[in-house]
Write a protein that binds this ligand. Structure first.
Ligand SMILES: C[S@@+](CC[C@H](N)C(=O)[O-])C[C@H]1O[C@@H](n2cnc3c(N)ncnc32)[C@H](O)[C@@H]1O
Length: 268
């Protein structure tokens, strides 16, 4: 799933980082690389939005639920995000930090879940934070809270902010959710964003990285999502016409979890 996840669930890697030579069996775990039935299927072609929503709708509306049973990583994740963003602002002419630095006017938390990132980070740095999240029981947790603006109960593939007219956004935050989109949907979605991004604003993608032993993306049947490689992310950003302005690996997560990388993007 796009949330924090143990490497061994999907890559046959041991916690010590050693790659297992043992072939996967159907008993290995609940993550399926379904090559047996669909030998050449691209991992993202196995994504099924209905199954994804079914999974997330049946998940407890809590930090534990949206973080796949690793609630303890939330604090360090939010701290890492705050540090990454502070560095971006220090290099920014439009949104400098320091005495002249103010809160951003409007940000949006995409694939927001219960609004963990909005509550713990985005609402500290933006006057208003909009929410995009398809599961209503999740957004019920955050609706009406301080600084929360519009709430859109749709998937990112169906979110057309350009048509809503409430932008522009200074910051568009996408974390642990773009794995729910196919490659083509992700590129299409990213291509829509520059039209609602303020000049000098940022699109952030913060996601698990697949470290599959043969450099492949990995499908996870549990929530019908993919974990992508760093190479794939960079290729899709390029296709979407976005420029990578900064990137950083999240530090301090427990050993054995997938690596998590933040990418800061701007229109080319
Ligand atoms: C692992 S949770 C992460 C939630 C939040 N970003 C966080 O870090 O706390 C994944 C979220 O993606 C949402 N999701 C599922 N399908 C989606 C889609 N097509 N577009 C956007 N979000 C989706 C789920 O409902 C869930 O809230």
């Amino acid at each position: 799933m796009p949330s924090p996840k143990r490497k061994s669930q999907v890559t046959s890697e041991h916690d010590d980082g050693e790659v297992s030579k043992k072939p996967r069996t159907s008993d290995d775990d609940d993550v399926v690389e379904d090559r047996a039935t669909t030998p050449n299927a691209a991992p993202d072609s196995l994504i099924n939005h209905e199954n994804a929503i079914k999974y997330w709708s049946g998940t407890e509306a809590s930090v534990n639920g949206v973080l796949g049973g690793y609630p303890q990583v939330s604090r360090i994740d939010l701290q890492g995000s705050a540090n990454f963003f502070a560095k971006l602002r220090r290099q920014s002419k439009k949104y400098p930090t320091g005495p002249t630095g103010r809160k951003l006017r409007r940000a949006v938390d995409c694939g927001a879940g219960i609004g963990r990132i909005t509550a713990g980070f985005l609402s500290n740095i933006a006057e208003t934070v909009d929410i995009v999240e398809p599961v209503k029981s999740f957004t019920d947790q955050i609706k009406g809270k301080d600084n929360v603006g519009e709430v859109y109960n749709v998937g990112l593939e169906s979110w057309h902010p350009d048509k809503d007219g409430l932008g522009p956004y200074d910051l568009i935050w996408n974390q642990w959710c773009v794995g729910q989109l196919t490659d083509a949907q992700l590129v299409k979605y990213l291509k829509r964003l520059p039209s609602v991004l303020s000049e000098g604003g940022w699109i952030i993608v913060k996601e698990n990285l697949s470290n599959h032993q043969y450099g492949e993306d990995v499908f996870d049947e549990t929530d019908s999502s993919v974990s992508r490689t760093d190479v794939k992310f960079r290729k899709l950003f390029e296709e979407a016409g976005l420029k990578l302005v900064s990137t950083e690996l999240q530090k301090g997560f427990p050993k054995g979890l997938y690596p998590v990388r933040s990418y800061a993007l701007q229109p080319r």
